[in-house]
Design a protein around this ligand. Sequence first.
Ligand SMILES: NC(=O)c1ccc[n+]([C@@H]2O[C@H](COP(=O)([O-])OP(=O)(O)OC[C@H]3O[C@@H](n4cnc5c(N)ncnc54)[C@H](OP(=O)(O)O)[C@@H]3O)[C@@H](O)[C@H]2O)c1
Length: 272
Amino acid sequence: MKHITLPSATIPALGLGTYRLKDQAATSMVDYALGIGYRHLDTAQMYQNEAAIGKALAQTSVPREDIFLTTKVWPDRFARGAFVPSVEESLNKLQTSYVDLLLLHWPNPSVPLEETVTELVKIQERGLARHIGVSNFNTDLIQQTLDLGAPIINNQVEYHVFLSQEKVLETIREKEMMLTAYCPIAKAKVVGHPAIQAIAAKHGKTEPQIALRWLMQQPNVAAIPSSTKKERVKAHIEIFDMELSRADMQVLSALHHPKGRMVDPDFGQVWD
Ligand SMILES: NC(=O)c1ccc[n+]([C@@H]2O[C@H](COP(=O)([O-])OP(=O)(O)OC[C@H]3O[C@@H](n4cnc5c(N)ncnc54)[C@H](OP(=O)(O)O)[C@@H]3O)[C@@H](O)[C@H]2O)c1
């Protein structure tokens, strides 16, 4: 496993995405993933699986302090009065007294950023979140959040071979933060792509493994692939026994295109 080292934290670079996993399937997958070496888990209030993940955390023999656990607050709970109780509810469901990283899931222009950030910082000061961050923020919003005095360490955004995040990456590295790549295998669109297939064949790996390895070889980048299938979750972590050459990396980096973004809801924002 590769780790990302920031001034205030060390984070396993490959984590388990849990969107779409519910109830017993979520408990069983988290338990399985911890058993094969995953130590970074990504959930969110919106995924409605915090309680199922909490069950897995309660029954695993992996010590809590060895697990890097992220959850995210949904934007309809960003106002003062709603934010803190929602996090307390998440912690109850997760059966833990803290998360390692708490993120604002999407920007919410109808609540002043200052109000939400004040609540976020309060959570960290109370020890309910070791670290704080944001998700789906553009570089302007990252700067605004930092200007409000919040020590955010992370921005979680869509990032894969078909979508360049050059500007966001430049900003987070300059601020000594990290980027967590969601949809890191482009929702399986990497499968069957000829250029990725050629590199995969050369290394004896699959296209999703190559797409993940490309992310792992970039400074300050983590990735949280997801699957409902255990054999795929296992394959996703089997990428630390290989190295992409500089030429491979360049071929993969050149695959981005203007229509590469896959997650762009109406409530989204102006991307970089
Ligand atoms: N912050 C945000 O706003 C945000 C947004 C989206 C996602 N996320 C996080 O990021 C995680 C990953 O994103 P994602 O699940 O949307 O996208 P992804 O990991 O890029 O792709 C998942 C999709 O690819 C399929 N798949 C997985 N491994 C495969 C393999 N080896 N071969 C072929 N197909 C494969 C899965 O189907 P099967 O289940 O059939 O394998 C699923 O349909 C989520 O679980 C969530 O934790 C965050």
